[in-house]
Design a protein around this ligand. Structure first.
Ligand code: ATP
Ligand code: MG
Length: 447
């Protein structure tokens, strides 16, 4: 077996070996290579101490950010390669980070501190694959298994619970029974982990090909970091549009959503307000009036708590708010939406609606036709560069001032009226027509 290691990484391995040290690639890059995927980054593990690594690679640009954990980062051939000395992690008193690390001369020791068997393999040209814990076999069988005793490993570092589910969602693995049980019993330890680290894992998990299945199997773990989802589980809708309870509907919709962080967060939370707004009418049919607004509140609360960046929170919040608006396959309506939300969010809205419809009662799938009817009109608006915002409007504030309007808020109000007229198809986006309408409006308001 031979891994296809990029040249700069191979060079670093060769030079460390030439200097008399052991060096191999390790972890995610070995796992991904065995799966036939192309690794995002290549990590090296070596018997050389950090000072020795620095000496051997002294001609490269080196970063020392991870030095206290034994990591030197070398910048070479446009890549950042992390080179970490074989280490054993010390005691974990906070379920998060080892109190101390100590270096060791043994690759096996280094592999045994790693979280999962599939992540605990190393490879070098001299030794081939070093796989002390059966990672290759587990990868073939699609099993996620802790290195060592799961209870101990999750007590040491509870983030591993979420990392584990993330690897399952992304790579299509399933935890073995002991690992799964231990993940569940230790889930409360996740409360002690920094929210920033949780959200990184959560988003990767949500964007995995098997995200819905993992959420279905481990709702209590997800609920530990996102309690907002818990009331949805098993919540029956009593409505002919739906064949699933709120949570199952959400999971089916998630499966139908492109793997984008914002889209997947929107779908995960779009109906979270439903259990809080449920009513039944005289016929016993369930309704959820105003659930969108409650979902917005819950989504904002959840995403702030997870310290997601402002842009993500804003986009998720907007899309959850509008997820239920009826689509109108008409150019003026689409231009109005583009004006309010921009192209990126409008396209996202269509994706959300498609996923939402696909997870509803198939008898009401005609909503999909609505989306299909909107798309070509949208494409035409964009390709013709039709005007839907001030940027494209053929008159500016200065043009209006030249007509004699005093600079100030009036200019903005008038521009908005002109833009509305163009968006609604009342007048063409041409300077003459716009100025005529401006004069007429002025005349009316002054008269
Ligand atoms: P990714 O594809 O996300 O980079 P990865 O497996 O490379 O996945 P990293 O976070 O880059 O994950 O970590 C590199 C390696 O370090 C892992 O493969 C694993 O061997 C080890 N590792 C990372 N985090 C932990 C942890 N919390 N506990 C134990 N070992 C870990
Ligand atoms: Mg990695």
């Amino acid at each position: 077996m031979k891994l296809d290691i990029p040249f700069p990484v191979r060079e670093i391995l060769r030079r460390l070996t030439l200097a008399g040290y052991e060096a191999s690639v390790v972890g995610g890059c070995v796992r991904d290579s065995l799966l036939g995927l192309s690794p995002k980054d290549w990590d090296i593990t070596t018997s050389a101490k950090p000072e020795e690594v620095k000496l051997v690679l002294s001609d490269l640009k080196l970063l020392e950010i991870g030095l206290k954990h034994g990591t030197v980062t070398a910048l070479s051939g446009g890549m950042a390669v992390e080179i970490t000395t074989y280490r054993i992690d010390g005691a974990y008193s906070d379920n998060r980070r080892p109190d101390s690390v100590c270096f060791t001369g043994s690759l096996t020791d280094d592999l045994s501190r790693r979280d999962f068997t599939v992540n605990a393999m190393a490879y070098s040209e001299q030794n081939g694959l070093v796989d002390c814990f059966g990672g290759r076999e587990d990868l073939q069988q699609k099993i996620l298994r802790c290195v060592g005793d799961p209870d101990r490993r999750f007590e040491e570092d509870a983030l591993r619970i979420l990392r584990g589910l993330r690897f399952c969602a992304v790579l299509g693995l399933s935890p073995d029974e002991k690992t799964a049980r231990s993940m569940n019993t230790h889930r409360q330890l996740l409360d002690r982990i920094a929210k920033e680290r949780i959200s990184v894992e959560l988003i990767k998990l949500l964007c995995g090909q098997n995200a819905a299945q993992i959420l279905r199997e481990f709702p209590q773990i997800i609920g530990q970091i996102l309690p907002e989802i818990l009331p949805m589980i098993g919540f029956e809708q009593h409505n002919p549009h739906h064949i699933y309870d709120v949570w199952e509907h959400t999971l089916h919709a998630l499966d139908a959503t492109p793997a984008d962080p914002v889209l997947r967060l929107v779908i995960l939370l779009h109906d979270s307000g439903k259990p809080h707004t449920f009513t039944t009418d005289q016929k016993g049919v369930g309704h959820f009036y105003g659930h969108g607004a409650v979902s917005v509140q819950l989504a904002e609360q959840a995403l702030h708590r997870l310290r997601l960046d402002g842009k993500t929170v804003r986009r998720v919040s907007t899309l959850v708010r509008v997820h239920d608006i009826p689509l109108q396959p008409c150019a003026a309506w689409i231009r109005r939406r583009l004006n309010r939300m921009g192209e990126e969010d409008f396209r996202a809205l269509l994706e959300i609606k498609r996923a939402d419809s696909l997870a509803q009662n198939p008898a009401y799938r005609d909503r999909l036709n609505q989306i299909d009817a909107v798309l070509p009109i949208l494409e035409q608006i964009l390709s013709e560069r039709q005007c839907f915002s001030r940027k494209e409007l053929k008159v500016s504030g200065n043009d209006l001032i030249a007509l004699g309007i005093p600079p100030g808020p009036k200019v903005g109000v008038l521009l908005k009226r002109l833009l509305d007229a163009v968006i609604n198809g009342k007048i063409p986006n041409e300077k003459e027509a716009l100025l005529n309408l401006a004069k007429q409006t002025l005349h009316e308001t002054s008269g």
